[in-house]
Ligand binder design. Structure first.
Ligand code: NAD
Length: 327
């Protein structure tokens, strides 16, 4: 209820920190509220429940048993939502926890912890610590007193954390990067159906400037429609209104940091050096700051690094296929 009360100010904080549009931040905060309501409900329904296994000689009881001390480490693209997916179930299960948001986007978690205090979460249950992954994150995951580590972030960080957890045989949950295929077949139809397919692909690759773990980042198009489809994608990508996330006219905000901007430039240069060709975009946006143009790249083969590694930004490699098996 306190989250709902403060929805607007929390959304403003999220936009200030990430650059995403207020529309997106409001959706994120609505999701955060749903997450807490969902787990609050589970507390009441899931504990000490008897399950009928069909044999009167067997009693099966669901027992409520907290894991213990949880370390919760989140990334910067959906800061409060990602950490809520960790805090809410841990609280519901009766665990104590140390939460570490990304050092790039610490603000909404601070605001959240203040609300938790206001709600009466007892001291020592939900602890917040800020700092870099290398110094603070690693100190947490290396600690033998930690019973469970829940991490969302990049693959190589996850690999390091799995190694740290193995040393102490702590339980660990890892949600890592993605390189999701988005396949478009020739039978998508025409008119509105065609437009809807173009919309879906554009949203898949350019929502939140592509900084989404589930973005449809490998666009795989059936040969017979590829030329027309790419032309439409490019035309529409060039019309995406980029701007300040607080400006209601903006459709997409900037990248989260200079580091992300440098990474986009490096990926585009790498792709071109490996033989790919720019269809549109490919450089810093005229707006300056950490805005990067929505970028489409063609001539990408599956062996290229651009085809295999997570770019995590508004740079979409395009592929073509003739048969479904090939796609
Ligand atoms: P990251 O791995 O660099 O950092 C994530 C978190 O881990 C941050 O809080 C960081 O401080 C911390 N960290 C870094 N090094 C650490 C270490 N050695 N020990 C402990 N903690 C450490 O990731 P990022 O750049 O913040 O986020 C982008 C990545 O997150 C992308 O790969 C994206 O796909 C992924 N992601 C995945 C999901 C999912 O649900 N699977 C959701 C969102 C983002």
């Amino acid at each position: 209820d306190l989250l709902a009360r403060d929805k607007e100010s929390l959304a403003a904080v999220e936009t200030a920190d990430t650059g995403k549009t207020l529309v997106e931040s409001r959706i994120d905060i609505d999701d955060v509220i749903s997450v807490f309501r969902y787990y609050a409900k589970l507390v009441a329904t899931q504990s000490d429940r008897l399950v009928d296994v069909g044999d009167p000689a067997v009693i099966s009881r669901v027992v409520h048993e907290p894991i213990g001390v949880c370390v919760l480490i989140a990334p910067w693209n959906y800061p409060l939502l990602q950490i809520s997916w960790k805090i809410a179930p841990a609280l519901a299960a009766g665990c104590t926890m140390v939460a570490k948001p990304s050092e790039v986007t610490p603000l909404s978690t601070i605001a959240f912890v203040r609300l938790a205090q206001e709600a009466g979460v007892p001291p020592g249950v939900l602890n917040l610590i800020q700092g870099s992954g290398a110094a603070v994150g690693a100190a947490l995951t290396d600690n033998p007193d930690v019973d469970f580590i829940s991490f969302t972030g990049g693959l190589s960080t996850g690999q390091n954390i799995a190694r740290s957890a193995a040393a102490h045989v702590s339980k660990v949950a890892l949600e890592l990067g993605g390189k999701n295929p988005h396949i478009v077949f020739a039978d998508i139809g025409t008119g509105d159906a065609w437009d809807a397919a173009v919309d879906q692909v554009l949203t898949g690759v350019f929502l939140h400037s592509g900084q989404v773990c589930s973005s449809g980042t490998r666009v795989i198009l059936e040969e017979s429609i590829a030329d027309d489809f790419v032309a439409q994608l490019a035309e529409r990508a060039e019309k995406i209104r980029m701007g300040d996330g607080t400006d209601a006219r903006s459709e997409t905000g900037p990248l989260v940091s200079q580091q992300q901007l440098d990474k986009m430039e490096a990926f585009v240069a790498l792709g071109i050096s490996e033989g790919a060709k720019l269809v549109t975009g490919g450089q810093r946006h005229a707006l300056g700051g950490s805005f990067f143009e929505p970028t489409l790249v063609t001539g990408v083969t599956p062996a290229m690094r651009m085809a295999k590694e997570e770019i995590f930004g508004p740079v979409a490699p395009l592929f073509r296929f003739s048969t479904e098996a090939e796609a």
